[in-house]
Design a protein around this ligand. Sequence first.
Ligand code: SF4
Ligand code: SF4
Length: 436
Amino acid sequence: MTILNSMLKGFLGGIHLSENKFTENLAIEVMPAPKLVYIPLAQHAGKPAKPIVQKDDFVKIGTKIGESEGFISAPVHASISGKVLDIKQHPHPVLASAECCIIESDETEDWAAGMKEKHDYENLPKEELLSIIRDAGIVGLGGAAFPTHVKLSPPPDKPIEYLLINGCECEPRLTADHRLMLEYPIGIIEGAKLFQQILNTKHLIFCIEDNKKEAAKIFISENEEVRVLKTKYPQGAEKQLIKTVLNRTVPRGGLPMDVGCVVQNVGTCYAAFQAVKFRKPLIDRVVTVTGDGVKESKNLLIRIGTSVIDVVNFCGGFVDQPKRIIFGGPMMGISQYAEDVPIIKGTSGILVSKEVSSYEEGPCVRCGCCVDACPMGLMPTEIYKLVKNKKFLKSKDYGVLDCIECGCCAYGCPSKIPLVHYLKYGKNEVWRLSKK
Ligand code: SF4
Ligand code: SF4
């Protein structure tokens, strides 16, 4: 069954952006394995993995090099075969610096035993499926990198009625999920059905924005239930997606499972399918590389741990000296400071700019644009003033912790106030104070 966006209510706030999805017609290319990879042990929400290899060890593709530490954690695996040169601090795209396992390729491209062979999975029990997904280091590939086995293990008092598969890719410029849906729809569907089996959900719905109609058509032709949603940012955020598709509101501080839902990204479904069918751990992912600062834009399948400079060189190199490299989309992405920062499991895009505009922050003119745009129903104008005046606990009362850092508020602010930076800072301070 297909329901069009005109029949759905949608979420509060949000903005309409120029999509600039210039790479949507570029098929996924496989980038050859690099000579060196820098694989961080922290690539997911929760505790970093613990290294289980040492300097001078030899590893193959898929060898586990970091074991998960506790329930909310995920293992990490070698993405190339070769020698472990070191395990040490190295630039990290989210944490600035973190412990990384540096591997030098032996150019054999050998896989660890038992991988890449087909396995029958149709009759595997739920516990075994979960264990395979956990051992393969599968995490949410939409950006949050939350360990997938945890999301698939809600407590017994939270039955899951709806599994929503997120194919919105609402950030401008990014097209990695779009290409995956066009080129590997069956793997995505199989992965989604595995999740459905594990969660024992009645309803499985594929949610796709109306700027990706050809992708939606493929899923409809496979007799899947599809919602074609209005293209509006941040349609792909979990709480906003649930509101649009099911008209259910996730409570403040709550999770989708509180309203009987689990949301999984299309890339995560495909990675889980490959893990279960081929016992392939998460050693690569599709990344959109674009921007006026890179010679050729591409959608690439890249090994985890590849440095951004290797990726840019594969795309023909920089156009002039790059002024900014962002990992992720233009709205929620993170600026990078080092050319050897590695691609990690949560990296959906690399945006390279040769120019950067700088603005001076002006005074708030109380226009209310930020309040209208906020999809979480917050008052960014009030919160940023509280944070600026270091009234962090008061900002908590105003809901600073509910901010999803989407950037809608700052986008339209006529005074160019970096509202998201203030809100992120406020959140960190509230967490720091509550730890104390
Ligand atoms: S960044 Fe936070 S405050 Fe700003 S619009 Fe998004 S959710 Fe609202
Ligand atoms: S959009 Fe900017 S100027 Fe307008 S109320 Fe919000 S913070 Fe103030």
